[in-house]
Design a protein around this ligand. Structure first.
Ligand SMILES: *Cc1c(COP(=O)(O)O)cnc(C)c1O
Length: 498
């Protein structure tokens, strides 16, 4: 299998090259030249194996330049080394017959990004070796909270890598800050900057693309690479859990092989729901992909009208990981729906960057409404969904999952479609305790996040994740902050250059 760019379908590179490069030089994203198919019996038989083997079976289809041994090493380091708090890696919780929550937050940072970021470092170091360089890889991340911590946990002590995370000094939650500043590992750096998330992101981009910096690094045997959500090495691992979920539902007798399921995904950058789309293309019997947004509902409008327009008010919500107006991975979907027309994709996405808006043609518009259903919940609706789920099923969700549950309820009343459904749950409620407690009517009177966690434990009956309770009393390693202009110095200091 080869990979093309969404803006150049003549490009032909290996998966290793796609993973090392992250993004194509033409500005496009890497996509497989054809999506591999699996027979229903093959999908169902995944249920006979543990998660690492399920992942290996899927990776074999996409990473055809990797040997079986290389794949095996990657999946076992990621998924059977004890970094997930359940041996199953993902869990299914049944709210009622036909309605299941897919818990994707059993990893070390309690959010679904661990599913991919636990394996990306292993895929990346293997890919670097395969592409024939012996350079050390330096990962730079600008984060508004979740991605930084998940990347740190994934890359800590990964051979041949160094990672440096920049976050806005006053732009992350207390718990997120503590998670990052107490990070262990001998190859990690965490740096607060005096500025906002955009400043961090712009600074990283500038360092990343500065040829002089690249030359200095190269002279020291180091190269930059990226861990952000458009890297194919982050998308492929997300396809696994949708196939795995289908196989598990059959194995548990919840559905019969061949029954179609609906999948609901709380969506921001469109990576997670795109993985479900790939699972469907591969042969998983998925009927509707239900795209759930918060008040930043640019995708709801796009899927309904075919017009993508980011020129709108930006809302800061209680589901911050979905506060996004540019959903980067959408480009991959549109490439496939256009039949691989990279010229067309180049045109609409350059329109997006110059005007903030584009409209797709009728063919894509009707494909979108066939495949997807889209709706959104504002903060008040999200809180009522969290309260109702607790009341009706005794199950507590985080705010992002709350958006998905709320949107599913809207889908149900709009369509009456009672097909078996899986709702992707992207974070543990303990990651957003203040908003969840407020939704449950117990919002005030706490000294800190740890007291909130204790109360949430009492109300939800869910165990507090060790990764979060262990932070209590832990001493920060990375203190202080730097000016925006000092970011490059921080990189050189981590890499012991100059
Ligand atoms: C990143 C994130 C999302 C959004 O996922 P995308 O793949 O960007 O659509 C949703 N929920 C949580 C908790 C996240 O961290």
């Amino acid at each position: 299998m080869y990979y093309q760019s969404t803006r150049n379908s003549d490009l032909k590179i290996s998966s290793a090259e796609a993973i090392v490069s992250g993004i194509s030089r033409d500005g496009g994203l890497f996509v497989p030249d054809s999506v591999p198919k699996m027979e229903l019996s093959e999908i169902v038989s995944l249920g006979d194996f543990g998660y690492p083997e399920r992942a290996a079976a899927v990776f074999k289809k996409y990473l055809t330049d990797f040997t079986d041994d290389e794949i095996k090493t990657c999946v076992s380091r990621a998924y059977s080394s004890g970094s997930f708090d359940t041996e199953n890696v993902m869990e299914l919780s049944e709210l009622r017959p036909g309605l299941n929550i897919l818990e994707l937050w059993h990893g070390p940072t309690c959010a679904f990004k661990d599913m991919a970021l636990q394996i990306l470092p292993h895929l990346l170091t293997a890919s670097v070796k395969k592409t024939g360089t012996d350079k050390k890889v330096c990962i730079l991340v600008a984060t508004s909270g979740d991605t930084g911590k998940a990347a740190l946990e994934g890359f800590k002590d990964a051979e041949g890598t160094e990672i440096l995370v920049f976050y806005p000094e006053n732009g992350v939650s207390k718990m997120q800050k503590l998670q990052m500043t107490t990070q262990d590992g001998s190859n990690v750096g965490v740096c607060a900057i005096k500025g906002n998330f955009d400043d961090a992101q712009t600074g990283v981009k500038r360092i990343f693309t500065d040829p002089e910096v690249a030359k200095t690094l190269s002279d020291h045997g180091i190269m930059f690479s990226s861990a952000n959500s458009i890297n194919w090495g982050r998308l492929a691992p997300q396809i696994v859990y949708y196939l795995s979920t289908y196989a598990q539902l059959v194995k548990d007798g919840k559905i019969k092989a061949g029954d179609k399921i609906n999948v609901v995904v709380p969506t921001g950058n469109f990576g997670n729901i795109l993985a479900a789309y790939y699972a469907k293309l591969m042969g998983t019997p998925i009927a509707k992909l239900i795209c759930a947004s918060n008040s930043n509902n640019v995708l709801t409008d796009f899927i309904r009208t075919g017009v993508y327009d980011r020129n709108r008010k930006f809302y800061t919500t209680i589901s911050p990981s979905m506060d996004i107006l540019i959903s980067s991975n959408l480009e991959r979907l549109l490439y496939h729906l256009s039949g691989g027309d990279s010229e067309y994709i180049g045109t609409i996405f350059s329109e997006l960057s110059s005007t903030g808006r584009f409209a797709v043609n009728d063919r894509i518009k009707s494909a979108l409404s066939e495949l997807f259903y889209a709706d959104f919940c504002d903060d008040a609706e999200t809180k009522s969904a969290i309260a109702a789920t607790k009341r009706d099923y005794g199950y507590t969700t985080d705010t992002h999952t709350g958006v998905a549950v709320g949107v599913y309820n809207k889908y149900l009343s709009a369509t009456g479609d009672t097909a078996p459904t899986v709702i992707a749950s992207t974070a543990s409620p303990y990651k957003f305790p203040a908003a969840v407690l407020e939704a449950l009517g117990a919002g005030t009177g706490y000294a800190d996040e740890f007291e909130m966690a204790d109360k949430l434990c009492e109300l939800s009956g869910m165990p507090i994740p060790k990764a979060l309770s262990e932070l209590k009393g832990k001493k920060p390693r990375f203190i202080g902050s730097v000016e925006k202009s000092e970011m490059l110095d921080a990189v050189y200091s981590l890499l012991k250059i100059k």
